[in-house]
Structure formats: structure tokens, C-alpha cells
Ligand binder design. Structure first.
Ligand code: ATP
Length: 525
């Protein structure tokens, strides 16, 4: 008998995982059908990544767990070679591509075969193998171009083509672990157009995402985790059900968020002003932020808007340009992170890899770093207590999980590490808070809290600059939005703006295509 004939593509049961004595998954089980997009959602720290790690062998489940692929049990703890052979591929955060490498290298990394005797790589064969994947997708991307030079849409295609190599024709499972979180609406439309073709051909997808609007729009079914326990397994998804999903995930209704910042003091002296900035992707950029004002920066992927935060924080060097702070003109070609902090400018970067978190240190020690330049243990006990007293209300407010300032940062879930970076800066008075994609990777409950906290920081007089690709986030937060093109401000959208207006200004067209037009025609297993 063929075990795969009527079996689910992936079936998990009795999965429990503990890190030391802390159990983070409790007897979890659900099934993903063939040819479906199945979403896995849950608050930060609810155990989603741990579940994926059980599947890929990075985490060991307690005895009694069972994982089957097409009805065939996977030996646990899983070995990567077995997982690949079973047709399972994982796409990590931000598409999991190496930007400096070519499309061909990204496609074939980890799979390159050398000649037996000369040990030389047969690039002709590698090209042919990569080309076959794009043929299978019915879309082509030039193989020799470095990935960072591709459009965002092409990058999404490469990520899917790369994962497809590990899945058999018309079968297999691709796990997307927050892979789409940095994609703009247009790139998301393209991503799901490609993925829909793949899924219709028989491959399944397990989608982990904090964007509930996206989940409600694209998933066939949804599984919900709360505190490591199953709340719902395989509930049918439908468009517009994001409120319901948030309630299941959080165990309470989501608070409504009003749009716009509302604390701008446009006639006051600017908190900071950037003028004539020339950098690798900036060409004469100029931005002014008043005290209490929340200004959004957005644009297409290559427009340069997302370089502004890093130039402002002294992390990326500008060729020339001026920063005006408190009557001082500072040359940006010699600007450093220490000078930025000295000017009262702090950055919350988009990815935690650039966040400067010391993963072996505790939450409290990390929060102390910017003030002291040293890790916490060297602080006097009195200073340490004072730091903690300022930090704890922010950790409570952002709902850090576990709510422990002495937890080691490297052992927190991704979204909770993001909250630590935010708490570190929100707990101190700044002239300008610069945020890049601040709610990326955090769950919807925390997102509402972060939006409120940033508005409170503005209400106390801090200027805020938010660079981002999420029009909903910009609409919720900003007093005005600057749309970049060719390295400088192309349009200014005054007043609180609706998300559609932002999308229309970025893409110079207001059409919003559905993310997965064909979903209703499909029959859920
Ligand atoms: N290496 C580790 N050591 C100890 N505890 C860990 C470790 N990795 C994760 N945890 C804990 O396991 C729990 C689940 O974490 P996990 O990363 O699976 O959550 P998640 O749902 O993926 O969260 P997020 O949405 O923030 O990525 C969290 O409480 C986290 O602190």
C-alpha cells in the first residue's frame, strides 16, 4: 500500500519541548493537507519557531512525539538529510537569501557538487539545475546578478525557486518562517502569485506570519498556538477574519488603534534636520522632524528611504551632508554611532542582527549598554537598581515573554528580542527616535502596544522618524509621510494618511490586487 495516497502532507502529534525545565510546547498536534497553504500563528514566544526546529532537527521533542510526512514517520530527532529527502524545505526570515551572492550561488549553496578527481565545481551543471527550477516556476531571473541588485519581486521568486529544489514535483512542503515580513504590498502580491502556482501543482506551504491580514487573505487553514498549547488546529481561513484570529491568538479582543501621531509641533524649532545627504543610495535627501512629530519615510525597495535611519545613527557613512541639531551643524561624513547618541539620536534597526544585542547578556544588562558603554555587571548596585526601575514598566508594557529582566536575551524568541531593543530606547529621554520597521516580527497585541508607546514618546516631545514598507503601520503612526524616489524625497503626504493613499503614492497607481485571487475556487481537504 502506498502510505502517502490519502495521508496528510505533514502530520504532527504529541509534540512537547522543554528548554531545561521550562516546557514551551505542550502536546501539540495538527496536520497540513496536500496542496494547501496552512498558516501557523501565535504571540511572540508561543512556540512557532520551536515547532519548526523539531521538524528540522534543531530541537529535540520529548518522547511520544510523532512527525509523519505523506504518512511516513520521520525518525526523531530529525536529521537534515532525512528532512530534505522527505521533501521539506524551510525559507527563513527575510527570504533567507545572501544579498552579496549571485542568484546562481544562492540557488545552489549547500548543493554544489565538485568533480570527483579535480574537485572543481561543474558550473555548467549548476546553471542547468538552477535553470530547471525557474522553468518549473515558469518565471526567470538572471542567474549571474547579485541578489541585492534584484528587484524585491525577483528576490521573492528566487526564494521560492530555491526552496522548490528540495520538494518533489507536485509534492513536498515549504515552511515559510516569517519569510515575507519585509516585503512591500506589491512584492507580496507577486510572492503569492508565484506561490499559488506552486501550491496548485500539489506542493504544500506552512506559513508563519504575524501579519494577520495576510494570513486571512491567503491561507486555506490556520492553526493557532497560545503559550505553547494548541488553541485551534486547522480552522478554515477567510478574508476579513483577522480580528477573530487575533482574539484566538491573544485570548482577548484586540484594542483599536487610532491613526496619525497627533502630537506634532510643526512651528517649533526642528528636533533634527538632515540636509543634502549624499550616500550610496541617497542623492540630496533632506528631512526635517519637529519635536513631538512622527514622520514616516517610505518608497520602493531601491528608493533609498531605508538608508536614512542608518546614516542618522552613524552606522552607515554618508559621502556628504549636514545634520542640524540644537543649532549645531554636524558633518555627516564623519558621523559615528557615539556622535549620534551624543546628539540624542537612537536607532531601533529593522533586523535584530543589526540591533547590537549581546545575546549572552540579560535583558537588563542589554538595556544598560547604551548609557554606560559596558555590560551591566560593571554598574554599581545603585545604578543597576535605578536602571531596572526605569526599564521594568516598559518591559511590562511591551509584554515581554517571559516577563523577566534577568532572562538571557539569546534565549528569548525573535519578537521578544525586538521588544528588548525598543524598551531599551523608550525608557530614556531622546531628541530623536529613529525606527526601521518597528513592528516587524512582533505579534498584533504587541504591535498595538508599541504604536501607543511610540506616540507617548512623541507626546513627551521626542521627534520620531519611522522608515517602513508597511502602509498600515505608517498610517497608524505618522503625522506626515515622505515618499522617496531616486534617493530623495519625491512626495510629501501631509496629515494622517490612509494606507491606500500611501500605497498609491509609492507605486504611482492605486490598484491593489488580491493576494490570492484563486483561493475560493479551491476545496480544502
Ligand atoms: N535556546 C533557548 N533556550 C531557552 N529558551 C528558549 C530558547 N529558544 C526559545 N526559548 C523559549 O521558548 C519559547 C518559544 O520560543 P519560540 O522562538 O518558539 O517562539 P515564537 O512563537 O517563534 O516567537 P516569535 O514570534 O517571537 O518568533 C519562548 O518562551 C522562548 O523564550
Amino acid at each position: 500500500m502506498n502510505p502517502g495516497a490519502s495521508a496528510p502532507r505533514l502530520s504532527l502529534s504529541g509534540v512537547s519541548v522543554a528548554y531545561r525545565r521550562n516546557r514551551v510546547l505542550h502536546d501539540v498536534g495538527f496536520a497540513v493537507g496536500p496542496a494547501e497553504i496552512h498558516a501557523l500563528i501565535g504571540q511572540n514566544g508561543s512556540g512557532k519557531s520551536t515547532l519548526v526546529k523539531v521538524l528540522t532537527g534543531l530541537c529535540t521533542a520529548e518522547p511520544g512525539a510523532c512527525v509523519e510526512i505523506d504518512g511516513v514517520p520521520l525518525r526523531l530527532p530529525a536529521r537534515l538529510a532525512d528532512v530534505r529527502a522527505a521533501g521539506v524545505a524551510v525559507v527563513h526570515q527575510s527570504l533567507g537569501l545572501v544579498p552579496q551572492m549571485s542568484v546562481l550561488e544562492n540557488m545552489r549553496i549547500g548543493r554544489l557538487r565538485a568533480r570527483r578527481f579535480s574537485r572543481r565545481i561543474r558550473w555548467d551543471r549548476e546553471r542547468a539545475a538552477a535553470g530547471r527550477m525557474f522553468d518549473r516556476l515558469g518565471r526567470h531571473v538572471p542567474l549571474d546578478v547579485a541578489v541585492h541588485r534584484l528587484s524585491e519581486e525577483d528576490r521573492a521568486t528566487v526564494a521560492i525557486a530555491r526552496a522548490l529544489q528540495d520538494t518533489p514535483h507536485g509534492g513536498g512542503l515549504i515552511v515559510f518562517d516569517e519569510s515575507t515580513r519585509a516585503l512591500s504590498r506589491r512584492s507580496l502580491e507577486h510572492f503569492y502569485e508565484v506561490l499559488d502556482d506552486v501550491v496548485r501543482a500539489g506542493t504544500s506551504a506552512l506559513l508563519i506570519s504575524h501579519r494577520l491580514e495576510e494570513v486571512a487573505e491567503v491561507a486555506d487553514r490556520v492553526t493557532v498556538l497560545r503559550d505553547g498549547k494548541l488553541v485551534e488546529a486547522g480552522r478554515a481561513a477567510r478574508r476579513g477574519s483577522e480580528g477573530e484570529l487575533a482574539r484566538l491568538m491573544l485570548g482577548r479582543a484586540l484594542q483599536a488603534i487610532s491613526s496619525g501621531g497627533g502630537h506634532a509641533r510643526p512651528h517649533a524649532e526642528p528636533a533634527v534636520e538632515l540636509a543634502d545627504v549624499i550616500a550610496t543610495r541617497l542623492d540630496g535627501a533632506a528631512v526635517r522632524v519637529a519635536p513631538g512629530e512622527i514622520v514616516g519615510l517610505t518608497g520602493l525597495a531601491d528608493s533609498g528611504y531605508d538608508q536614512v535611519p542608518y546614516v542618522l545613527a552613524g552606522v552607515e557613512r554618508a559621502a556628504s551632508g549636514k545634520l542640524l541639531v540644537n543649532g549645531d551643524h554636524i558633518d555627516l561624513d564623519r558621523f559615528t554611532p557615539a556622535a549620534a547618541l551624543g546628539a540624542g539620536v537612537a536607532l531601533v534597526p529593522g533586523d535584530r542582527e543589526r540591533a547590537g544585542l549581546a545575546s549572552g547578556q540579560t535583558v537588563a544588562e542589554n538595556a544598560a549598554l547604551p548609557r554606560t558603554g559596558t555590560a551591566g555587571p560593571r554598574l554599581s548596585p545603585i545604578r543597576r537598581r535605578a536602571e531596572l526601575a526605569e526599564l521594568i514598566p516598559w518591559l511590562d508594557r511591551l509584554r515581554l515573554h517571559p516577563p523577566d529582566p534577568h532572562a538571557v536575551v539569546g534565549r528569548l524568541s525573535g519578537g521578544n528580542q525586538q521588544k528588548v531593543v525598543l524598551a531599551k530606547w523608550l525608557s530614556r529621554g531622546l531628541r530623536l527616535l529613529v525606527l526601521h520597521e518597528p513592528t516587524q516580527a512582533v505579534d498584533v497585541g504587541a504591535r498595538a502596544v508599541i504604536v501607543d508607546a511610540v506616540k507617548d514618546a512623541a507626546a513627551s516631545g521626542c521627534g520620531v522618524l519611522v522608515a517602513g514598507s508597511d502602509e498600515n503601520e505608517l498610517s497608524m503612526l505618522c503625522d506626515r509621510v515622505l515618499v522617496f524616489r531616486d534617493g530623495r524625497v519625491h512626495r510629501e503626504l501631509a496629515g494622517p494618511c490612509r494606507p491606500e493613499v500611501i500605497v498609491a503614492a509609492v507605486f504611482a497607481s492605486s490598484q491593489r490586487r488580491p493576494l490570492r485571487a484563486n483561493r475560493e475556487e479551491r476545496v480544502c481537504p
